[in-house]
Write a protein that binds this ligand. Sequence first.
Ligand code: FES
Ligand code: FES
Length: 184
Amino acid sequence: MITVRFLLNGTATTVEAPGMRPLLHVLRVDLDLTGTKEACGEGECGACSVILDGSVVNACLVPMCQVDGRAVRTVEGLARPGPDGVRVLDPVQQALLDAGGVQCGMCIPGILMAARAHLDGGGSADEDAIREAIAGNLCRCTGYMKIVEAIAAVAAAPAGRSAAANGEARAGQPAGQPAAAGTR
Ligand code: FES
Ligand code: FES
């Protein structure tokens, strides 16, 4: 067992875990953050995508020994506190709902994280660029078109692009993690 200290959706978090235990299992089993999905378990589908220090990774392939001192953002960290304590969806979550881009939902948390990383990195609304950004995320339901359109709409709207930083790197600030679109 090792002690791993990291930022999880902006909250300083400490876990005891075997060094090779996948981050995915720590999130889902140890920390009850089940928004991040497990499907293939071997880096092929993207269902388990999270943002690690600004880059999208497959949490099923990241051992806890590589997480110490880093910042992890999951789908639970996308929605942010709004007026009257009501949480406000990330623009990408809202756009996917508005576009009807969600069917069974299994792929959606991973696609949301890939999309958010694309936007945070200054990614454009260009269809090819968006398809490349989500190329590691398999969806068997939607045909991707509405997903791409939703991400493009956010990329084209400055407000949506800049709504990114919630939960990324603010140690000690409670994140609050109720189920939001794409988290269960
Ligand atoms: S569950 Fe991690 S890539 Fe499929
Ligand atoms: S919505 Fe079902 S896998 Fe994408």
